[in-house]
Design a protein around this ligand. Structure first.
Ligand code: CA2
Length: 160
C-alpha cells in the first residue's frame, strides 16, 4: 500500500457551470455536477481522490492552481475560453510543477479558428479534446494511473 492517497484537482473555467443548460449539440446534456461525479468515480477506482472547483474569474483559477502546490498531486483542467487567451493561467500551471491534463469537451480544432490555439497545451503533459464529458473520465483515469505508478516506485522495498 502507498503511504498516502494521490489527490487530483479538477478545475473548470468560465461558463462551464452552464453545462447541460444550453448548447447540448456542442457540449452534451451532462451538468457540471455530473462531471464532478464522474471524475470522482474514476479517481476512486484507482484509490485516488478528487477535489473540484469551478470559477468564472481568472484570478480565482490562478489562486486554485497555486494552492494545488500543497493540496494536490495532479491537475485536470478545462479552462474554458481562457484556454485561448490566458498567459497567466499558463504561467501558473508551469509554476506549480504538477502533472497537468488539459481537457476540452468539444473538438476545438473543428470549431472557429480562435479556438485552435491553446496557451495551456504547451505546459500540459496530456491533452484530451472532443471526447465529450467522457474526456474528464479519461483524464482522471490517465492521471491516476500515472500518480499510482509514481507512488509505487517511491515506496521502499518490502521485506520478505
Ligand atoms: O470544449 C470545451 O470544453 C471548451 O473548453 C468549452 C469553452 C470554450 O470556450 C472552449 O473553446 C472549449 C466554453 C464553455 C462554455 O460552456 C457552456 C456550456 C453550456 C452552455 C453554455 C456554455
Amino acid at each position: 500500500m502507498t503511504a498516502c492517497t494521490p489527490r487530483i484537482l479538477v478545475i473548470n473555467g468560465p461558463n462551464l457551470n452552464l453545462l447541460g443548460s444550453r448548447e447540448p449539440d456542442v457540449y452534451g446534456t451532462a451538468t457540471l455536477d455530473d462531471v464532478v461525479n464522474l471524475a470522482s468515480d474514476a479517481a476512486h477506482a484507482h484509490g485516488c481522490t478528487t477535489t473540484a472547483m469551478q470559477s468564472n474569474h481568472e484570478g480565482e483559477l490562478i489562486d486554485a492552481i497555486h494552492a494545488a502546490r500543497t493540496s494536490a498531486d495532479g491537475i485536470v483542467i478545462n479552462a474554458g475560453a481562457l484556454t485561448h487567451t490566458s498567459i497567466a493561467i499558463r504561467d501558473a500551471l508551469a509554476g506549480v510543477d504538477l502533472p497537468v491534463v488539459e481537457v476540452h469537451i468539444s473538438n476545438v480544432h473543428r470549431r472557429e479558428e480562435f479556438r485552435h490555439h491553446s496557451f495551456i497545451s504547451a505546459v500540459a503533459d496530456t491533452v484530451i479534446v472532443g471526447a465529450g464529458v467522457d474526456g474528464y473520465r479519461l483524464a482522471v483515469d490517465h492521471l491516476a494511473r500515472q500518480l499510482r505508478s509514481a507512488a509505487a516506485q517511491e515506496e521502499p522495498a518490502t521485506e520478505k
